[in-house]
Design a protein around this ligand. Sequence first.
Ligand SMILES: Cc1ncc(COP(=O)(O)O)c(C=O)c1O
Length: 380
Amino acid sequence: MNVNKIRDDFPVLNKKAIYFDSACMSLKPVQVIEKMNEYYNEYPACAGRSVHKFGVKLENEVRDARELIKKFINARNSKEIIFTKNATESINLLANSLNFKKVLLTDKEHNSNSLPWRKFKYGVIKSNSDFTFNLEKFTNGIKDYDLISFVLTSNVDGYTLPFKEIIKIAHENKVKVHFDAAQTIPHQEIDVKKLDIDFMSFSGHKMLGPTGTGVFYGKEELLKEMKQFLVGGETVVDSTYSTFVPEPIPAKFEAGLQNYSGIIGLGAAVKYLQKIGMDNVHEHEIKLVKEINTEGLELVGYTGERGIFNFNVPKVTHHEVAHILDSSKNIMIRSGRHCVHPWYNANNIDGSARASFYLYNTLEEIKIFNESLEKLKKLG
Ligand SMILES: Cc1ncc(COP(=O)(O)O)c(C=O)c1O
């Protein structure tokens, strides 16, 4: 993988930013930006409605993007790919379209995979003290539930669940599986068919795609069972003043005019990642994270298996760390509770600084980061 060549594709890196906030929002390559502009410059119409040339061209482009995403996660059918505006909307779609008796969550859920489930009875499985998943507790407790909705890779510590075992145990107990894969899909190949995943949600904007894009995946037979969440234009085949006939999937769930430039831009992002190869992306991130000098830092669940590094500098607040790194060396990280407030509250941690890496980051940037951390440690 040629990182320098990759960096040339990201115009914003010319500004010499050391961008370590990709777990929040990834940068976009020129291929994605150009694809989005193509929509506005060449066929800025609506899809699925108009029979004119722009409408037909756009319809084909949206179909191609759906097909690219289908292949990327190896869904059985492109109808299983629903476009949403982000992972949060995907999760809310599921939580508002089926009735679950009791839902099991982990203690490290992002608010987006926690709050939507509170209308049902729910349980929370506590992680082990080393931040790993407690498979034994899970196996013993699973029988009470009909859905597990787990963060596949944590945005706190980069830990990825032992998903093969989890899916097997869940299905043996007739429990459906939903993964919040917002931090997984941008970094690792996930084959929904081979793994037999029932539902999955992820963001487009964390995987080089445009902001305002997300995906909800569901097995075709389950999507057909789900009732509609948002209704309106394009979600019905026919309606009278008192009745309506829903569209088949996926249109059934995609109400109103869509974020067309975003959708086709997301298709371009998938193409870009496929060309680089997900194994190469993953390997590169691990190489970077392992170069961080962790000595003297308080680590918040370091795994070294994902490009997420969450830490505190003793006696310096997390927001100060972020401000100083930004103002002194143009290093952009995130600070706070990372939308996982329940976990931070339960563990009495006020917040932390998080650096997150992606395919465009370099060892040279990590070196500058290490030097800056040394200076920060001296402030404490
Ligand atoms: C693990 C996890 N789940 C869900 C989300 C929410 O994603 P979105 O902003 O696409 O709704 C995030 C965003 O940071 C996340 O890290």
